[in-house]
Write a protein that binds this ligand. Sequence first.
Ligand SMILES: [Zn+2]
Length: 262
Amino acid sequence: MTDSYTLNSAGLPPVERALAIFAHPDDPEFFVGGTLALLAQQGVEVHVLIVTDGAKGSDDRTVSRDRLVTLRRDEQREATRRLGGHQVHFLDFPDGELRHSHETVRAVVRQLRWLRPELVLSGDPQRFFYEGGFINHADHRAVGAITIDAVFPAARNFRYFPELLAEGLEPWYVRELWLAAPFHANHEIATDAVADVRLHAILAHQSQVGDGEQLRSWYEEQRSRGEPFVERFHRVELGGPPHTASEEIHQLLEEEGEEEGH
Ligand SMILES: [Zn+2]
């Protein structure tokens, strides 16, 4: 039905453009920094979309809200640059209040139809808890749910958000969706080769990690234990658009046949 391709030896697809969609500045580096660095090294145009304004990311009462937002935007741009990424985009929904809604899904669909990435990376919304007793931030879960629904079916179906069509934003078929820190992993990327690049990028978020001493020692401990650096994903292959109307009908008939149990 659609053009197929194989992943390369690093486990990456031969795409032209990738978009990482996350809630806060610093999330892309923590969740998928190694994978983004590898994609960039492979020549993929890597974009980052930060959905909230990051305005709650500090306990320092001497830093104003506006100062914090500006600082974190600058840190995100620098971090993306260090990963070899192309551009950062911001949607500025209020930090800590991100919800799956008509408005938030539309905002992400607009970016998908405008940037036209074949590969989209985000976080798994099913992940409530991490090992060690950590709770996955509500914004992280929300951005995953928003991204899934924006990718499929809204971005590819012209009947969703007709106002976007009126803006000239035609439907876009994201081919692959990779959800990081997944509940069930079915794909992993070895990131040893770019572990230092990722660390350097995380350290750009000085408002979040300070002097980075703790991070550096974690990296060194992991290395001294001989543990590989790996990023795991729930990989969803969506495929591109059907070539013709008749192929589309054929595909629909096949799917109906499968549902009826042949
Ligand atoms: Zn976050």
